[in-house]
Design a protein around this ligand. Structure first.
Ligand code: BG6
Length: 509
């Protein structure tokens, strides 16, 4: 490979040529993320030749009108820009297949079409089915795929399914969805996507922890005071998202999946190997070890939920959540959550983990900060002397991906004066280019049969069990308040109280 940076992107196995069938191909995800990801893989020469994209959706469209829509969005969002010549070559491999999700004829003609594509390609019939559709259509699509036999691969080939979130709305519905999916595809061929796992910096957590000998000996309750995982977003319900979001809320939309996945990477034990199950076995143990908030009282004490009111973000006036498009004007949905929890293992005994996520905060940024214990009050931390700040290791997931370490340093001069300074590593300067989009890596991995960065069934279900206790307490008549925060602020005062109770502050970034 010419470009060493991209070597990182290629999974352990080589991706195979295949047909990628996107259900819900006229939707936002396909236009904004999936097709641009495939396009950018083409630009970088990473997409195996012979990949054909079949857009499956209900709207009446020709191949050309479908491709025009995709091209328009690609021009707007593509990471590497839009090159007409590359797009023309790339788009020759895109076709549109109109059908209702419950129409068996649509699947028969799909099977025929895929056979023709395989014949053109010279025989190999690998198929990747991407369910970019609302979960209520899963049954229809999977049942019909089963009926026409598209879930079974020809000799020497594979048939896999990628399932998008939301993966259920609670433990029971997730279990049901898992049943439905696993009735059609084997678990080994089921890829539950959590795009945070495809982010370069999320993948780097394991490398940071297990490829550097300095961190592992101090990665425990003996040295770490607390861990914070924060995900801030400045936007609200633009682009019609209110409809979905109002029925989900921050807890289900982000905590159950992205944030618990990040937490499990921070807290996991070293896996015995880097195989998909080796890694996921350790991650699921973390989620299972989360201290359950199994009474309304525990939820009231350890979780803050809040909703934004109108305010200013980046100098622009924005409406309150209840005034947003497609949101119930009396909605009780939370747009902000802060959770204090513990991982009840020997390694993490007594170390609080704080999770915070919110819409309409001052900026978009996701980071994990590991706060180390203070040095003892001898030498420098005595009364009257400068205070040695605690060391903080910050893993910046996005933007400005990188890692920094806050250390204390002597100020130049005769006296012993101290100041806290930052050692900083940035992907963009160290590697000379920005990181690939998460979907690029994940699509490539699924074509290569590498499920390491996909959530396994038990991980998803365990995460729901943790979240369900909180949902139940909120739903019951337990008088757990929904706090308010002004759009453009860092969230409600109650979230500050949660962390300040332990003598800490949220990191401002
Ligand atoms: C999605 C959530 O899964 O992740 C959205 O549904 C959220 O509400 C998005 O905005 C954040 O993803 P990213 O990659 O932009 O941080």
């Amino acid at each position: 490979m010419n470009n060493p940076f991209r070597e990182d992107l290629v999974s352990k196995n080589k991706p195979d040529p295949c047909s990628v069938v996107i259900f819900g191909a006229t939707g936002d995800l396909a236009h904004r993320k999936l097709v641009p990801a495939l396009y950018n893989l083409t630009v970088d020469g990473e997409l195996p030749s012979g990949v054909k994209i079949v857009g499956f959706a209900r709207r009446d469209k020709s191949d050309d009108t479908f491709k025009d829509g995709l091209e328009k969005l690609n021009k707007e969002v593509s990471r590497s820009g839009h090159d007409e010549y590359v797009w023309d070559r790339f788009s020759q491999n895109i076709v549109y297949h109109r059908s209702n999700f419950d129409d068996i004829e649509g699947y028969r003609s799909l099977a025929k079409r895929l056979d023709e594509i395989d014949a053109e390609r010279g025989g190999k019939g690998n198929r990747l089915f991407y369910l970019s559709i609302a979960p209520e259509y899963f049954d229809d699509v999977l049942e019909k795929l089963n009926e026409v036999g598209l879930n079974e691969a020809a000799e020497g080939c594979w048939a896999r399914v990628i399932v998008e979130k939301p993966f259920g709305k609670d433990h029971a519905s997730a279990e049901h969805l898992n049943e439905v999916v696993n009735n059609t595809f084997h678990e080994k061929d089921t890829y539950r996507i959590d795009h945070y796992l495809g982010k370069e910096t999320a993948q780097n957590i394991m490398v940071l922890r297990f490829a550097n000998s300095i961190f592992e000996p101090i990665w425990n309750s003996g040295h770490i005071d607390h861990v914070e995982i924060s995900c801030a977003e400045h936007f609200g319900m633009e682009g019609g998202r209110g409809g979905y979001y109002d029925s989900a809320g921050a807890l289900r939309d982000m905590v159950q999946n992205h944030l618990l996945q990040l937490l499990s990477l921070v807290a996991m034990e070293p896996p015995t190997d880097l195989s998909p199950d080796g890694v996921r076995d350790e991650k699921v143990k973390v989620i299972r070890s989360l201290r359950k908030l199994d009474t309304p009282e525990k939820v009231r004490k350890n979780v803050v939920r809040a909703q934004y009111t109108k305010g200013f973000v980046n100098g622009n006036e924005v409406p309150g959540y209840r005034e947003e498009d497609r949101v119930n004007p009396e909605s009780e949905t939370e747009t902000f959550v802060a959770v204090k929890t513990y991982v009840d293992t020997w390694r993490w005994s007594g170390v609080p983990f704080y999770i915070r996520v919110g819409k309409r905060l001052p900026k978009k940024a996701t980071e994990i900060s590991i706060h180390f214990k203070a040095t003892p009050s001898v030498l420098f931390n005595q009364q009257g002397s400068d205070k040695a700040e605690e060391n903080v290791l910050v893993i910046r997931i996005q933007p400005d991906e990188g890692i920094s370490l806050r250390i204390n340093s002597k100020l130049p001069g005769a006296a012993i004066r101290m100041e806290s300074v930052k050692m900083n590593f940035q992907y963009s300067t160290s590697f000379g280019k920005s990181s690939p989009e998460a979907y690029e890596r994940l699509l490539l991995d699924s074509m290569a049969g590498d499920a390491t960065l996909f959530a396994r069934r038990d991980e998803v279900e365990e995460a729901w069990k943790f979240v369900d206790f909180i949902q139940e307490a909120w739903k019951g008549q337990h008088d757990i308040p929904l706090a308010e925060y002004e759009a453009g602020s860092w969230g409600p005062n109650e979230a500050d109280d949660l962390i300040e109770a332990e003598g800490q502050d949220w990191r401002r970034f």
